[in-house]
Each structure stands twice: as C-alpha cells, then as structure tokens.
Design a protein around this ligand. Structure first.
Ligand SMILES: [Zn+2]
Length: 272
C-alpha cells in the first residue's frame, strides 16, 4: 500500500506535470472508483476545469481545480495515478481516465478497486481529512509534539504509530523501518517509552520518510510514481520483507511475526 513517501513522490511528479492542464473528456472504465456523486455528474462538473496545483494530506492526493473544487484521491492498496502521453499503452487496470486538451491524459488505475476519487469544495471538512493527526514532515512536528501525541497511549507502539489520527501518513513499511532505526520493538507498550527513546523515534520517523522520498518510494508490489516508474527504497529496507536475513545493525536474524493481523518484521536483538 502506498504510504506517505510514495504519495508524496506522486504528488511531486504530478505537481510538475499537471498545473495548467485543462480537463476534457473523462472516461469511467470502472465508474465505482468515484464516490459520493454519480459518474456522469462527476465528469460533467469537472469538464473544462484547469488544474491549479497538486497537494497532499497524509496518504490523500488533492488536485485543486480553478473552479474551486478539489479532487481527493486515495490510492489505498493498489491505486496508481500517472500522467501518460497519447501513444503510451493504457495500464491493464485503468479505471478512470482524464483526457487533456493536448492529447495527454491522467490515468487512475487500481487493480483491487479499493481506491477512491471524491470531489469537494471543502477538502478540510471531509471527516476522513478532519480526523488526521500531525504531518510528520512539517516543521511543527517536533519531539515534544510526538511525546504529546503518544502520551497516555497504552497500546503497542506499532499500533499507535499506524493510527492516522496520531501521525498521518505512516503505514506498515515505514512504521517498521522507523522502529528499527530507533531500536524500539514493535510490540513495546507505548507508555513505557522513555523521553530519549521518543526523541530517537522522532528522528527515525523523519529521517526514514525523507530518505524514502529521495529514493522515490518503495516498490514492493504495485506502486508506481506519477510517470509510471518504480521507486527503489526497498533496497534500503532494514527489516521490511527481510525475514531470515541478517540485521544491518547487529547481524542477528530478522524475524517476521503476525501481529494484530499484519506481518511485522523486526530484529529481536537490537530492538527493545
Ligand atoms: Zn539488530
């Protein structure tokens, strides 16, 4: 599932490629990807609108149109949003296609069909956006803020970090990678973390996300960037998908456990 670094990579690509483009015809190969409004109404409403900019909140992409409306796109498990040239082959799981006047197009493809596209004039008022926690790459995210967000939480630190109302944008991969860099076990109870560990965790979260964005994300399954290309952060993973391999920090074997229904990779020696 694309997490913050992947969605941010797509955002940067699209924010370079889309502003100024005028939406023409919209094709719904799977109209059900559009939520909250019928597909016909959706396509009629956005036809003729010009794209102003592409921004991001957590794992949501926000495409602002000059009509004041915003397209809010969540890629969920397998969604891919890419700009294509006229002669590029359409992805097999193309669901919604936005054609531009110059013949290029923006293609939303989604193998498993869990992704969603919504249209709204007030993105910040959508319940799913409103409830989101702190953005970990914004300057207001400090060790003190993390400490405050984790205060009073008794659950395992992995579960708390996955909670989008605490921190926004982290998923299974980056939570596990950050916990390894911080030397904290995923099962560790959040309320037992010491101040210096929270500081380490804060630095691990921001460092991991920044490195992953620099590597254009992790392509572990279907993820592609805004131009249809893979990322390469997976080669720098320290724990995720490395079961049985040796820890890059201490040499111990990385283990995988099912923890609350999700594959959890960690090093039992250097993560406490
Ligand atoms: Zn280790």
């Amino acid at each position: 599932m694309p997490e913050l670094p992947e969605v941010e990579t797509v955002r940067r690509d699209l924010n370079r490629l889309l502003p100024g483009m005028v939406i023409g015809q919209v094709q719904g190969l799977f109209p059900g990807s559009v939520k909250g409004i019928g597909f016909k109404k959706f396509s009629e409403t956005i036809q003729g609108a010009k794209i102003v900019k592409v921004s991001r909140r957590a794992k949501y992409l926000l495409i602002l149109l000059d009509s004041g409306l915003t397209l809010i796109i969540h890629l969920k498990m397998t969604g891919v949003l890419q700009r294509q040239q006229k002669d590029d082959p359409l992805p097999r799981s193309a669901r919604i296609i936005f054609y531009f006047e110059d013949g290029t197009r923006l293609v939303f493809s989604d193998q498993r069909k869990f992704g969603s596209i919504k249209l709204t004039s007030e993105p910040n008022e959508l319940p799913e956006i409103k409830k989101l926690g702190t953005e970990p790459l914004e300057s207001k995210f400090t060790p003190a803020v993390l400490q405050q967000r984790l205060a009073g939480r008794k659950g395992p630190v992995k579960t708390v970090l996955l909670d989008q109302t605490v921190l926004a944008g982290l998923g299974n991969i980056y939570v596990l990678e950050a916990l390894h860099r911080a030397g904290i076990a995923p099962q560790r109870s959040t309320d037992t973390l010491k101040n210096d560990q929270i500081k380490k965790l804060h630095s691990a979260v921001t460092r991991t996300l920044k490195e992953a964005i620099a590597a254009r994300g992790s392509s572990v399954d279907t993820y592609r960037d805004g131009q249809g290309k893979s990322g390469w952060f997976q080669v720098k993973h320290r724990v995720y998908d490395r079961e049985g391999q040796s820890c890059k920090k201490c040499g111990h074997t990385i283990v995988k456990e099912m923890f609350r229904g999700r594959g959890t990779y960690w090093c039992p020696k250097c993560q406490r």
